[in-house]
Design a protein around this ligand. Structure first.
Ligand SMILES: Nc1ncnc2c1ncn2[C@@H]1O[C@H](COP(=O)(O)OP(=O)(O)OP(=O)(O)O)[C@@H](O)[C@H]1O
Ligand SMILES: [Mg+2]
Length: 260
């Protein structure tokens, strides 16, 4: 008679212990996800353009796995950096750390000599992520977004990104935008260029482009002296590599910067 209630109690207790574990994990994940929002709302907005980024003894860990260890790096205004390294070496994690998509302790990443955890700077940079898509708007809306519309500037960007052949009237269907991977990438690059941000983070932004498109667009971006560029790439074209100032190679949790 008393065996059943006791075994029920043990089941309930076990479930409670298991749930607590899951809730703890959810809390940790939520903490990471809400980090930007919670902490950035009260932070000062960076007034100046980004002039430099410094990483000092930066390590990146996910749970107990160390991805990058004691990274030191300096990104200078107007220079162009290519990041290379095998898949899983931590290239995207570096950009995510700069973008505050992953939490980094104080005193490891600085923008204009200020700790990134003490400032907001999203208005100063633009990025093209590794996996990108289009919004369910027209081509023009996808590129211009909320910025002021300037017909000449828009047409110029369509020309640079070889997007002039696309229909400009209809909204893209998000499920099936009827666009090639390369066109989607070029729309994302076009959006970045239209925003006129001076600091660009590119995560395999050209990976789906044919060589001609890649060379044309990269030569345009990399020869603009007003832009600072950090670009992760797998396919390195000789026509393009000469436009970079530095190569950052990620290997064995370390990074090495060499002049090109
Ligand atoms: N949010 C995360 N949580 C746990 N592990 C992660 C997270 N993000 C990345 N990782 C792990 O960190 C390592 C580095 O990932 P990262 O995305 O930086 O690699 P990558 O060099 O950009 O690779 P690829 O060339 O394939 O894009 C991988 O082992 C990945 O599984
Ligand atoms: Mg990556």
């Amino acid at each position: 008679m008393i065996i059943n209630p006791i075994s029920n109690f043990i089941d309930v207790k076990n479930n409670m212990v298991a749930s607590k574990e899951i809730l703890n994990k959810c809390d940790k994940k939520l903490d990471k996800l809400t980090f930007n929002k919670t902490f950035s709302e009260s932070l000062d907005l960076l007034d100046d353009d980004i002039k430099n980024i410094q990483m000092k003894d930066l390590s990146i860990k996910f749970d107990d796995k160390t991805i990058l260890e004691n990274i030191n790096m300096e990104i200078e205004n107007g220079k162009k950096y290519i990041i290379i390294g095998r898949s899983g070496s931590g290239k995207t994690s570096i950009l995510n750390a700069i973008l505050k998509r992953i939490k980094v302790d104080d005193n490891h990443i600085f923008i204009n000599d200020m700790d990134i955890n003490s400032i907001k700077f999203y208005n100063k940079l633009s990025c093209v992520a590794q996996n990108n898509s289009v919004f369910p708007y027209t081509l023009r809306e996808n590129i211009v977004l909320n910025n002021h519309y300037d017909e000449n500037k828009y047409r110029n960007i369509l020309e640079i990104c070889n997007l002039e052949h696309l229909d400009d009237e209809n909204e893209f269907n998000i499920e099936n935008p009827s666009l090639s991977g390369g066109e989607i990438q070029r729309i994302n690059i076009g959006r970045m260029l239209y925003s006129e941000k001076k600091f660009l983070l590119l995560d395999e932004a050209f990976s789906a482009l044919d060589d001609n498109n890649q060379i044309k667009i990269q030569q345009y971006i990399l020869s603009r002296e007003d832009l600072t560029v950090i670009s992760i790439e797998h396919k390195i074209l000789p026509e393009v590599i000469k436009y970079y100032d530095y190569k950052i190679e990620i290997q064995d949790k370390k990074c090495e910067t060499t002049k090109i």
